[in-house]
Design a protein. Structure first.
Lengths: 426, 429
């Protein structure tokens, strides 16, 4: 096993790639009672279309999320029952580009580890089970549709990336889910659930050598097909002219989201984290409570505590969103856009503010180090090299204002903007 | 360690070396009366965002960044009949900081400034400051209706306690109550809270008790005050009939909320069976509600129950299709009947016990949970050592669960009805 030491924080990461392609990452936490494991699949809602062994396949929207649900449903039991026997907590999440299966437990770690690897790697699908799931997912879709904040978020993405897989909800629509067949589910599974397309990250109470030997034994009991040759098709159509899109819902005040689609090429590996951290600091310098711009908008009543910004950088796309509730939607949009325009000229003058922001972010990373949930959810096993929060904090320490300026220009020079407004329909 | 800083002011220190951060929590408490709900919520806003020295939100925020992103917050909570103003701050331990400094000293000074030197002008809170946060809070309260699940929970609470605003009203007050507040009378309310509340300070991490004690003794409000004892447990007034109501909304899903009385409280002989009852009923992913309403009947994605052991209530919430409401309303009590007859597997019972023990042991990995547990022990005056806690969980039998199921009594139903997708289709014809 390769060992990476993080001496400043008294932590380490152990990495081993197994012969079947599965990469294992172990991050022991001394003194902790609990162990958390995440089995991640490099597959999400945007991987609807692909070329498999030379043939083009287009699957219904929501297939990745549907598959995630179906993994728990076995011949005569539900996987939750198995975890429940030992008292472990388990869950799964599907995002645009990943599917994660996880558990955490203080007891019977080995048993739970085998349950996790087996339920994801040994599928059981039938026509009846596929059909029965549709009712539950329909309710899940309706639950999200009922939430105006959720709608504001996904509508904005839809405007930024029209006619692409990103414009569909992660769970799909009632109609697309209804069209999913047993064949679709099997094909998606065979295509993407190969160990070479997975990573296993474990943190908390664990003995690295023993844990690795359990994983090796488990994997040795299974036979996998050849690694499928997949080419993902993600057509993010050319950006459209900037526009304001309005939707009507039951809301107490108007919700506005300004979406910023990045059209620049994001660096890979370690540099991708530098890029993300740099942009986070840029947004904080202008749109956090520390920023004079924020303070001005806050005191003029254009924004309030509901205002926030976020930045997403995933395989194939990256975007930012600035959103909040407001009674002055057009001024909100105008002001946000005006501030964004001034960033390139102003950012280099903010040396003191930059140092302050670094301090804050540094403290936030130290705070995450106490949480297995934060350590494991921050980890992405598909960046080409192992990068943990301990790496992120090192990248942060080395970051200069000049770096932030260059990263900002790179992002802002190739930006396209779409605005989503959710108004009350009465 | 426990220290009596003054009469009615306690300091508890919790020593642990496994975390990289330290946390301080200060609770100001007094009996819950609805006429104070809006006031305390507003006060929390004002103590969080400015002080005399840091007289803008920006200055507070920058000071927190200077202290390595210390996370500071002021909130309002309720523990049964206890109204609580909670001030929290957490920050990294000195040994991880780039320069050698004593962050604890700075943090205690910051807390003293924020708590004891609010942003006032004359005899009230600064008017402009007051108004902007008053406006924000009103907007927030009005926006709760956008979160339909939460809105339905509050509606059920109101229905559950008819003519009892101390328990039926929302803890943060209403938009109207907040609009009617003024900066002067709120400032006298602030002084009353500072001078008369019972105060508990909890500090956990790698700490030096003497340093903390010295810092805390410096607070001018942390002086003697009369201590009054009151009943923490909420005993609801009896109702003659089932309280039920519904509201129509435009939305894609109906939300059904059901409230049951369960007169078993934290510390009671039957407390452990009650906790397990709730897990079996609807709190675990193998619970009867989850299995039979979600997995088998496909009627809901979200259905869960909760048990409040200081209020003696079990509630159920489900997100469903409007046309299935009757069916779900029959399935919910049917699961209680199963628990009453012991009609579930031993395996389910064992699993629930295992997961409770598992979760209990995991709590030691979260600094917040460690502090919270210690605080509950203090106010309830009950301390279950870990081994005793686990023994009590393990000794619960199916018969104990039957006795709990027999005590559960339906009291209120609130439905937020939406005709959802069907309505959209029909509107064209």
């Amino acid at each position: 096993m390769k060992i990476i030491h993080y001496h400043d924080y008294d932590e380490q990461l152990l990495v081993q790639k197994l012969p079947n392609g599965l990469t294992v990452y172990l991050q022991p936490k001394s003194g902790f009672n609990k162990t958390t494991a995440i089995l991640g699949v490099n597959y999400g809602s945007t991987d609807q279309s692909f070329i498999l062994n030379g043939k083009k396949v287009v699957q219904p929207a929501g297939i990745a999320h549907f598959l995630e649900h179906k993994m728990f449903d076995k011949k005569d039991y539900d996987v939750f029952e198995l975890f429940n026997k030992t008292g472990a907590q388990s869950n799964a999440f599907t995002s645009f580009t990943r599917t994660n299966y996880l558990f955490s437990t203080t007891e019977s770690f080995k048993d739970n580890l085998n349950i996790l690897l087996d339920f994801v790697q040994i599928p059981y699908f039938t026509k009846e089970k596929v059909n029965r799931e549709k009712g539950i997912i329909d309710q899940e879709i309706n639950m999200y549709k009922n939430d105006p904040n959720n709608q504001a978020y996904f509508q904005t993405i839809r405007q930024l990336y029209p006619d692409s897989a990103l414009s569909n909800d992660i769970a799909g629509s009632s109609k697309s889910v209804d069209s999913i067949t047993l064949d679709d589910v099997e094909l998606a599974y065979q295509t993407f659930y190969h160990p070479s397309n997975m990573s296993l990250f474990i943190t908390g109470k664990l003995d690295p050598d023993e844990t690795l030997s359990w994983i090796i034994d488990n994997q040795a009991r299974k036979i996998f097909s050849q690694t499928p040759r997949i080419e993902r098709i993600n057509n993010y159509s050319a950006t459209l002219f900037e526009a304001v899109h309005t939707d009507l819902m039951n809301v107490s005040r108007t919700k506005v989201s300004v979406g910023l689609r990045g059209n620049d090429q994001v660096p890979t590996g370690r540099d991708s984290l530098k890029y993300e951290i740099g942009l986070s600091i840029m947004f904080d310098l202008f749109f956090s409570e520390n920023a004079i711009e924020y303070d001005r908008l806050y005191h003029s009543g254009v924004i309030d505590d509901s205002f926030s910004w976020e930045f997403e950088n995933e395989r194939g796309f990256h975007f930012a969103m600035l959103s909040g509730d407001t009674s002055q939607p057009s001024i909100f949009v105008q002001e946000i856009k005006k501030i964004i325009k001034t960033i390139p000229a102003k950012v280099s003058e903010l040396q003191d503010e930059f140092q302050l922001q670094k301090n804050e972010l540094f403290g936030n990373y130290i705070s995450m180090m106490d949480s297995e949930e934060a350590i494991s959810s921050q980890f992405d096993g598909f960046l080409g090299e192992p990068l943990t929060i301990y790496d992120e904090v090192t990248i942060l320490k080395q970051l200069t204002l000049k770096d932030v300026q260059m990263i900002s220009e790179r992002f802002l020079n190739h930006l396209s903007i779409q605005v989503e407004v959710i108004k009350n329909h009465q | 360690m426990e220290y009596q800083v003054a009469n009615g002011v306690k300091l508890r220190t919790i020593h642990t070396t496994k975390f990289k951060n330290t946390k301080i929590l200060i609770n100001f408490t007094f009996p819950a009366h609805s006429q104070n709900y809006g006031k305390l919520a507003m006060l929390a806003e004002l103590l969080q965002n400015c002080s005399a020295k840091y007289h803008s939100e920006l200055l507070v925020s920058r000071q927190l960044s200077r202290m390595y992103g210390a996370s500071y917050g002021v909130t309002v909570l309720r523990y049964g009949n206890q109204h609580t103003l909670q001030i929290k701050i957490s920050f990294p331990n000195d040994k991880y900081l780039p320069s050698k400094e004593r962050l604890m000293t700075e943090i205690l000074e910051f807390l003293e400034e924020m708590i004891e030197k609010p942003y006032i002008s004359g005899v009230g809170f600064n008017q402009a400051y007051f108004e902007i946060h008053q406006n924000n809070l009103v907007n927030y309260l009005n926006s709760i209706a956008d979160n339909k699940e939460y809105y339905a929970v509050l509606k059920l609470q109101k229905l559950y306690y008819p003519n009892d605003p101390d328990h039926g009203n929302f803890l943060l007050g209403s938009g109207r109550e907040i609009s009617e507040l003024d900066s002067k009378s709120l400032y006298s309310f602030y002084q009353q809270v500072m001078k008369t509340s019972a105060i508990t300070i909890l500090v956990a991490g790698e700490i030096d008790d003497q340093e903390v004690l010295q810092g805390v003794e410096h607070f001018r409000y942390f002086v003697d005050r009369p201590v009054t004892k009151y009943e923490l447990r909420v005993m609801p007034q009896p109702v003659e009939s089932l309280q039920s109501a519904n509201e129509k909304i435009d939305g894609s899903q109906s939300i059904l909320n059901v409230g049951y009385e369960l007169p078993v409280y934290f510390g009671d002989e039957q407390y452990f069976p009650a906790v397990i009852f709730n897990q079996l009923f609807g709190s675990s992913t193998r619970s009867l509600l989850f299995t039979n309403v979600r997995e088998k009947a496909s009627l809901a994605y979200d259905i869960h129950s909760s048990y409040n052991s200081l209020a003696g209530i079990v509630t159920v919430q489900a997100g469903i299709d409007y046309q299935n409401e009757q069916q779900v309303l029959e399935l919910i009590p049917a699961q209680i009947t199963k628990l009453l007859h012991g009609d579930y597997s031993d395996q389910l019972m064992d699993g629930v016990k295992q997961s409770m023990i598992n979760q209990h042991r995991s709590e030691a990995d979260h600094l917040s949970a460690v502090i919270e547990k210690r605080y509950i022990q203090q106010i309830m005056n009950i301390d279950y050592p870990d081994t005793v806690w686990e023994e009590r969980i393990n000794s619960v039998t199916k018969d104990d669960i039957k006795k709990i199921a027999a005590k559960v009594k339906l009291r209120a139903i609130f439905a937020l009805n939406s005709q959802g997708a069907n309505n959209e289709n029909n509107s064209l014809s």
